[in-house]
Design a protein around this ligand. Structure first.
Ligand SMILES: Nc1ncnc2c1ncn2[C@@H]1O[C@H](COP(=O)(O)OP(=O)(O)O)[C@@H](O)[C@H]1O
Ligand SMILES: [Mg+2]
Length: 284
């Protein structure tokens, strides 16, 4: 859409067209947001403190020609955020066997690269992203806004390939390496083998990380920084989860009670123990 014709996100109101489908379909529960539903061609989500910042970011991505993110259509009569439904399939909480596809992993790396290219130049103005409650993500002079939660549950897959991204709730300033490594952490995945998802025990994390690295296009320097950046990210993630569990409760508290803190610490230890082999797999 031509940006000049856009209503500012803060005053954007969604009015259904006459005769528009109104049947409500409950979406598979993610970890955090209660009450995500599909109504016709739209998704309705509870309004969040970051919703307007996200709405402006989604406008920017749309203008930049990034195909695959929802558009923010405004708020409905109940005050919920209304976003376009991105057609396709998302993984469940324990990624199914089809999520192991190497072609899918390649397409995720390429999608994240396209997201970062499209995001370059976006500067939140009217609605800055709310400050992070704990130690902020690493940022650099590029001031890149990133998704920061590109899990299998938040990637929309069509014909076996990553076609879209949803759930921009954690979006904010970071570095491209932080966001892409976070994506690899979820998709390879990078975790202690003792914590492998059911059916994923035989996957080779070194091989899968290399596939992701080549698809996203990490430089030689970034490849060498992966273990250190991953260890740093694990420490940050532990503090953030602990803080959010105590301060926000809900899904954050559930994840904490389910032992996510231990999982993150085991990931960190695994990265420390495998730093050399990881760099070797990325650079040979
Ligand atoms: N715009 C969208 N288009 C298609 N599916 C969506 C969209 N937004 C959410 N979903 C689906 O609903 C699920 C839960 O929504 P999400 O926004 O990820 O909530 P949570 O914060 O709980 O993870 C997603 O994993 C996805 O399957
Ligand atoms: Mg989600």
């Amino acid at each position: 859409m031509n940006p000049a014709h856009r209503v500012p996100v803060a005053s954007r109101v969604y009015t259904p067209a006459p005769g528009e489908a109104s049947d409500v379909e409950h979406m598979p529960a993610g970890d955090v947001t209660d009450g995500v539903v599909r109504v016709g061609g739209t998704i309705r989500r509870p309004h969040q403190p970051q919703s307007l910042a996200v709405g402006e970011y989604l406008d920017w991505l749309d203008d930049a020609g990034f195909a695959g993110s929802p558009r923010f259509l405004g708020r409905d009569a109940q005050g919920r955020d209304v976003l376009t439904f991105v057609p396709g399939q998302c993984s469940g909480a324990f990624p199914e066997a089809w999520v192991q596809s190497g072609d899918l992993l390649v397409s995720v790396g390429r999608l994240v690269r396209r997201l970062h290219t499209a995001s370059a130049g976006f500067v939140p103005e009217a609605h800055p992203f709310p400050p992070r409650p704990v130690q902020p993500n690493p940022t650099d002079a590029a001031g890149l806004i990133c998704h920061l939660d590109i899990t299998p549950q938040n990637v929309v897959v069509r014909d076996g390939l990553a076609a879209g991204l949803v759930d921009f709730d954690l979006a904010g300033p970071a570095t491209a390496l932080h966001d892409s490594l976070n994506t690899a952490m979820h998709w390879v995945p990078l975790r202690d083998p003792a914590d492998a998802w059911p059916g994923w025990e035989d996957q080779d994390p070194f091989h899968r990380l290399r596939i992701f690295a080549d698809a996203y296009g990490w430089t030689e320097d970034e490849r060498r920084r992966v273990p250190g950046a991953g260890i740093e990210a694990a420490a940050l993630s532990y503090e953030r989860m602990r803080h959010n569990a105590a301060a926000l409760g809900g899904g954050w508290a559930r994840m904490w009670q389910d032992g996510v803190g231990g999982l993150i610490n085991r990931r960190r230890a695994w990265l420390e123990a495998n730093a050399g082999p990881l760099v070797a797999a990325l650079t040979r």
